[in-house]
Design a protein around this ligand. Structure first.
Ligand SMILES: C[S@@+](CC[C@H](N)C(=O)[O-])C[C@H]1O[C@@H](n2cnc3c(N)ncnc32)[C@H](O)[C@@H]1O
Length: 308
């Protein structure tokens, strides 16, 4: 429990995760009936970009910093019109109290969810670390749609699924302190969750250092029994160094109809804006598709290159 998201908030991995999160919530809002969001690893909810943790790593400058100031510095040519989903997402960040005229606070997933939910929707937010959970509770105090639980998010799924709304989304965003063992925890949790709530949407964030480390998990996802497993990845470096975070991905189980279309242009734009060297690329493809029994897949999986 050493991980603190304040050091990493707003980095390129958060950008991918939160853009996909907004696309998922937008898809759920296409129907008027209420839905639930369950965030298994919620964090503190909001992070000061001028705080000492964020200043120490400066990670946000290579993430959200590049999107808010695309006309500055070496990426000036990457500016210009943004796809509507990205524009909508950036506007929602700027609407956080205290963020006028510039971005001082980066909202974490619970706050972004709170901003996007409608009156009748609800969220269950799990955070194991006591101080982070307290901050989250304080931050969301008075919002009756948002429920904070200071408990293990994997365990909580047993009690929280299926939600009374019968439709919605589970976000699984662990810190991967357990390294590769975290994948086994996620698989176990997903196995049980899919039994309890087979129609729920599950979005899992994963880090990419070396490609080989994540391949077994991606293969497992392709055979986990969920329909329509979409993978969205963004790499800002080549995926061959174990020493740094080279990129990250979101795997979406039971992905909403047309989610791939909603994400294609935003991913293309993000790859252009966030790439840190010539190897930067993005992928958007299906690990499992409806109607097609998942066949054994030899590595590497098919890819969509950002430069195509
Ligand atoms: C990557 S951060 C979450 C960031 C957040 N989802 C966001 O997008 O803003 C992971 C969080 O999970 C918490 N955590 C670690 N193990 C946990 C567990 N088993 N259950 C719930 N929370 C846990 C950590 O304290 C940390 O705040």
């Amino acid at each position: 429990m050493n991980y603190r998201h304040a050091y990493h908030a707003g980095n390129f991995a958060d950008v991918l995760k939160h853009v996909v999160l907004l696309a998922l919530i937008d898809a759920l809002k296409a129907k008027p009936t209420p839905f639930a969001v369950i965030d298994t690893h919620a964090g503190a909810g909001c992070y000061a970009l001028e705080g000492k943790e964020a200043e120490k790593t400066g990670e946000w400058r290579e993430g959200i910093g590049r999107l808010l100031f695309p006309d500055v510095g070496p990426h000036a040519s990457a500016g210009g019109a943004l796809p509507p989903l990205l524009r909508h997402w950036l506007d929602s960040l700027l609407a956080v109290p205290g963020n006028e005229p510039g971005l001082k606070f980066y909202p974490g997933s619970p706050l972004q969810v709170a901003m996007a939910l409608r009156e009748g929707d609800a969220a269950q937010l799990c955070e194991l670390h006591p101080e982070e959970a307290t901050r989250l509770r304080e931050r969301l105090h008075g919002d009756r749609r948002m429920h904070v639980h200071q408990r293990d998010g994997y365990e909580a799924l047993k009690a929280l699924l299926p939600p009374p709304q019968k439709r919605g989304l589970v976000l699984i965003d662990p810190p991967y302190e357990a390294q590769e063992a975290e994948y086994r925890l996620i698989e176990q949790a997903l196995k049980g969750a899919l039994l309890r709530w087979p129609t729920g949407i599950y979005a899992v964030w994963y880090p990419i250092k070396q490609r080989s480390q994540v391949q077994p998990f991606l293969r497992w996802l392709g055979h986990c029994g969920a329909h329509r497993v979409l993978r969205a990845e963004l790499l800002v470096h080549g995926d061959d160094s174990p020493l740094r975070l080279n990129g990250s991905g979101m795997a979406i189980l039971n992905a909403p109809w047309k989610l791939d279309e909603a994400l294609r242009e935003p991913l293309r734009a993000l790859a252009r804006l966030l790439s840190q060297d010539h190897a930067a690329e993005w992928r958007l493809d299906w690990l499992a598709e409806e109607g097609a029994p998942a066949a054994p897949r030899p590595a590497p999986l098919p890819r969509s290159h950002g430069r195509r």
